[in-house]
Design a protein around this ligand. Sequence first.
Ligand SMILES: NC(=O)c1ccc[n+]([C@@H]2O[C@H](COP(=O)([O-])OP(=O)(O)OC[C@H]3O[C@@H](n4cnc5c(N)ncnc54)[C@H](OP(=O)(O)O)[C@@H]3O)[C@@H](O)[C@H]2O)c1
Length: 323
Amino acid sequence: MIRFGVIGAGNIARKFCEAANGVEANLYAVASRNIEKAKDYQKTYGFEKAYGSYASMFADPLVDCVYIATPHGLHYEHMMLALDYNKHILCEKAFTLNEKQAKAVLDKAHEKGCFVMEALWTRFIPTMREVQSLVNEGIIGDITKVEANFCFKASKEDDNRLFAPHLGGGALLDIGIYPLTFANLFLGSPKKIESKVDFYHTGVDLSSEIKFIYNHATAHLISSFDYTLPIDGFIYGTKGYIHMPMFLESKQALIYDETNNLIKEIKQDHMVNGMEYEILEVIKCITDGKLESPIMPHSETLSIMNQMDEIRKQWNLVYPQEK
Ligand SMILES: NC(=O)c1ccc[n+]([C@@H]2O[C@H](COP(=O)([O-])OP(=O)(O)OC[C@H]3O[C@@H](n4cnc5c(N)ncnc54)[C@H](OP(=O)(O)O)[C@@H]3O)[C@@H](O)[C@H]2O)c1
């Protein structure tokens, strides 16, 4: 059984642990910079081992796969360190700060023969996978347009990681990656990108509107830490359209024909909280000896990092680690 080691005892790690326990994955070790926090996680989620530093957990030979749940400005250094210890990796989104870092990690993983996957949980959810199949089979004809938003009002306290440049703050890498992923799932990578941004005083993006231009389609993608919009995804085609309310969670899809009649509804609750599907995929891939998942291939991680690089270039947004 694959033994997981978790680093970064924060918000999303809690959801990961709940999901892992819900599908009886092996939560073997947890590491925090603060041993008391690690021990608290150990007690709550039933880990066998608790460590007070990430490196000491990586040095444990019984850890097979590390789940990295630190802020994305630190993913590069944490993945590189985990690979020094030959660990398989599941790393939270955004995978790294930029494509260059992502490529360096993936090259090293390849050399070491380690499995690596970006934890873009939405891709693995059964309803999202079913919608992809139906679209590929032509249920709404040829895609002409995609729309997706992920916006919420974030707390503007100075220590919020969401606005910290050195931690990879900004809406694009944190939440904008979901609308971008939605467009990529149904239209692939764009021919051209146009964008509009508002900055926060720390220098990272607060809100943006992005237009992806394809040969015969466009995608309109909004992300913001400044205002709230429904977190909806729409896929429009020549024969109808699909509405995915709260597309991140992908629990529901409503499929309409060209006369606006509802022709199909898919509704499926998660087994736990939605993160279990990516966990099961990691276990399956590692057990089968794969180095990457066909659902979240390395090429997709690199392509989306490349698109975010291009968007940040348009905004002159450079992270301190890139200077
Ligand atoms: N998949 C999803 O739905 C989802 C949702 C939210 C976030 N995320 C991603 O998950 C990652 C973590 O997000 P989060 O919301 O869980 O963040 P968080 O609550 O702030 O937790 C991050 C953890 O990283 C560790 N850390 C190490 N160095 C740090 C530093 N210099 N500053 C702050 N924290 C540091 C800390 O753990 P220790 O103190 O234990 O070392 C901290 O608790 C991000 O990359 C984010 O994009 C994914």
